[in-house]
Design a protein around this ligand. Structure first.
Ligand code: THU
Length: 131
C-alpha cells in the first residue's frame, strides 16, 4: 500500500464516524512496523464525555490485532489544516510510538502536516518513567 491508499483508507474511516453531537468526523489509520493497518473513527454518546476519539479507536483495534508499534498514524478531519490530535490522544499515541513514528495530519485532500513524535508531544511521560 502507498500513501494514496492510506489516505483513502483514512477517509473511509472518517466516513464511518458517529458524530451526531459535534458533527466533527475524524478518521484515523495506523500503519504498524509490520505494515499492517488499523482504522478508527470517533464515536460519540448522548452522555458527551463518554465519546471516543478516532485515534483511541484505532489504537484499540491495533492492540486487539496483537500489535503495539505505530510506524505512522494518519488523522483526518474535514478541515483544510488536517486532523490535529487532542492532548489525550497525543499521550495515547505516545504509548505505542518511538522517535521514528510519524504523525500525518490530513484533510480529505491528503497530508497537510507531517510531524514526528517529539514534535507531537515534547518531553513526554512514557512507560520508562514508571521503572
Ligand atoms: N476528536 C477525535 O476523534 N480526535 C481528536 O484528536 C480530536 C477530537 C473527536 C472527539 C469528538 O467526537 C469530536 O472530535 C469533537 O471534539
Amino acid at each position: 500500500m502507498n500513501e494514496e491508499n492510506y489516505i483513502a483508507a483514512t477517509k473511509e474511516a472518517m466516513s464511518k464516524a458517529y458524530v451526531p453531537y459535534s458533527n466533527y468526523p475524524v478518521g484515523a489509520l495506523i500503519v504498524t512496523d509490520n505494515g499492517n493497518t488499523y482504522s478508527g473513527c470517533n464515536v460519540e454518546n448522548a452522555s458527551y464525555p463518554l465519546g471516543n476519539c478516532a485515534e483511541a479507536s484505532a489504537i484499540a483495534s491495533m492492540v486487539i490485532g496483537g500489535e503495539k508499534k505505530i510506524k505512522t498514524i494518519y488523522v483526518m478531519t474535514k478541515n483544510d489544516e488536517g486532523g490535529i490530535p487532542c492532548g489525550g490522544c497525543r499521550q495515547r499515541i505516545r504509548e505505542f510510538s518511538d522517535e521514528n513514528t510519524q504523525i500525518m495530519m490530513c484533510s480529505p485532500d491528503g497530508v497537510q502536516q507531517r510531524i514526528n513524535l517529539s514534535e507531537l508531544l515534547p518531553n513526554s511521560f512514557w512507560p520508562e518513567h514508571l521503572k
